[in-house]
Design a protein around this ligand. Structure first.
Ligand code: SF4
Length: 317
């Protein structure tokens, strides 16, 4: 069953005298009990997409399209209704816990605030709930009174997971939850997140540049390039048989596949290339690729790919 449906989402914002087109015509559906990965290089617009779903974008941002959650378009809801949905229905684990956590508030108090605000709990009730949620993410509740600087990187990430999961949202957005962690801690966090999401029958949008993490966790994967989704398929299909030339080079850059570097520069989101945005870096580029912008086409195995190599006279999805 569909939980969240994004239709024609565009997110543009002004940076100096430039308009940054961070998300362009994004269409994506999140279903019950699935983990969907949004992958791509740094700066491709994937974190902006996560913040757009949470309607957490700055005032200078122009957003159009639809983000439908339970028959309601989040982009048209007033702020007081959105505040009820954030955390309770759709939770987020923000990137970079060191910056996201409040340095002058104890970890326990930061989590308690979530219960006090959304569930209107008393201090005592919130404290008990906080102890339970800390235990759930593997933090000794006796450490609730400690401050973020007293926690290691992995422990801070656990605290962020506790805050994101506190109200048992139906959908959890995890933005680079393993970034900056050492390999051992990364594995622990991946297992923890996966177990929590699966055991609670939640859905998760995992935003990551780490293909190993996406491979371990995701049911489906959407690949983003220059503000667009350029491939969408089951994780199994995309990893075994990537269709888009960009996905192919991205996957071949995995350490176990030889760390092949992608030639050329990532495109600017304020002046992306004409036609297919990948054409200056694509070894298969044809004349049409420089002029026309490809829609999504189905491949023989049923994946959706934004590439003229797959148009073959077929209808667009
Ligand atoms: Fe390459 Fe053309 Fe496909 Fe773009 S549309 S990925 S340039 S072949």
């Amino acid at each position: 069953m569909s939980l969240l449906k994004i239709e024609g989402l565009r997110v543009f914002f002004r940076s100096g005298d430039r308009i940054v087109k961070a998300n362009n015509s994004i269409n994506l559906e999140v279903t019950d009990n699935e983990i969907i990965g949004i992958i791509g290089e740094t700066g491709c617009g994937k974190s902006i997409l996560g913040r757009a779903i949470m309607t957490l974008l700055s005032d200078n941002t122009e957003v159009s399209g639809k983000i439908i959650y339970k028959d309601k378009d989040l982009l048209t809801l007033p702020e007081n209704k959105l505040r009820d949905i954030r955390g309770k229905n759709i939770g987020i684990i923000l990137q970079n816990p060191a910056a996201a956590l409040n340095p002058v508030l104890s970890i326990g108090n930061q989590i308690s605030e979530v219960f006090r605000y959304h569930e209107k709990m008393s201090k005592q009730e919130a404290k008990i709930k906080t102890a339970g949620i800390l235990e759930m993410v593997g933090i000794d509740p006796d450490r609730a009174g400690e401050y973020p600087h007293q926690f290691s990187g992995g422990m801070k990430q656990r605290a962020m997971i506790a805050m994101g999961m506190a109200l048992s949202p139906e959908i959890l957005i995890a933005d680079e939850p393993t970034k900056g962690l050492d390999p051992e801690t990364k594995d622990i966090i991946v297992t923890l997140l996966q177990d929590l999401v699966r055991n609670r029958n939640m859905s998760m949008i995992l935003i990551t540049h780490d293909l190993d993490v996406a491979e371990k966790m995701c049911d489906r994967i959407a690949v983003m390039y220059a503000g667009e989704i350029i491939e969408l398929a089951s994780a199994q299909d995309i990893l075994a048989e990537p269709g888009h030339p960009y996905t192919q080079v991205l996957l071949s850059s995995l350490p176990k596949k030889g760390l092949r570097s992608i030639s050329g520069e990532s495109p600017s989101l304020s002046s992306p290339p004409s036609g297919c945005r990948f054409h200056p870096r694509c070894e298969y580029a044809m004349d049409i690729c420089k002029q026309d912008h490809p829609d999504m086409f189905f491949t023989d195995i049923g994946t959706e790919v934004r590439c003229f190599l797959y148009n073959g006279g077929q209808d667009q999805p």
